[in-house]
Design a binder for this molecule. Sequence first.
Ligand SMILES: [Zn+2]
Length: 276
Amino acid sequence: MWSRLLQGLRQRREAAAVARKAIPDLLWRRTLKRFPFLPRAGTTDEAALRRMTSLFLDRKEFTGAHGLVISDDMAVAIAAQACLPVLRMDLDAYQGFIGIVVHPGLARARRSFADDDGVVHEFEETLSGEALEGGPVMLSWRDVRSAGARAAQGYNVVIHEFVHVLDMADGLADGLPLLPTDITRQEWCAGLDAAYQAFCQMVDSGAPTDLDPYGAESPSEFFAVASEAFFVAPQVLQAEHPAVYGLLMRYFRQDPLARLPPTPLTTPWGLEDEAL
Ligand SMILES: [Zn+2]
């Protein structure tokens, strides 16, 4: 009884939010065209993504750094890409924070660390994005904007940072997010860790890798980097780390390979002879 009442209330609240933040057709079509790894127009996934993007826009607050003005195109570009990983989960997976800070270019962050002698060293780091526990998520617009062009490299800063948000939902950035009941912790850790160790060896030996070598920094970065490729260049991840592709497919409940445009038909080898 109560659960049905609550569910009805939630549906009404969400319908109102979707209406408040409805995305105009032209703007939505532009977004799908700019980021071709998003679900194709006319599919159920595309309709679900558009609805979730409106909900995201209703729940989050965008701030431009250094005088950057956040246009509707920019907000929708970020929101749609951020919603892609949780399309078959729940937007509540991002409920731990509200703010998204967008820098025009790379952001600079002051860092410090203490060495073995206790001496504190300060340095400056440039970042294309950063996700802090409890927020905000910081993104470089220059990098967000180039996501369509850089998809073939498996690069996507928005997906990377929002996968860190999923990873940190249990308080730890360790490459182990809260898992659905059909994936055991042991299964996840064994699959991801074996691939991570093999990847680190490839990077250390200087061998070329299809995934961003930055993934060798830590299990958490490997999870984020593998997830970027999973969504924007799934064939790359499938070829280099098929076991990881399989685990991510079960975790995200999506199969981005199935979304790729069909390959053009060619005459298979040998058939030309038969036709003669
Ligand atoms: Zn990262």
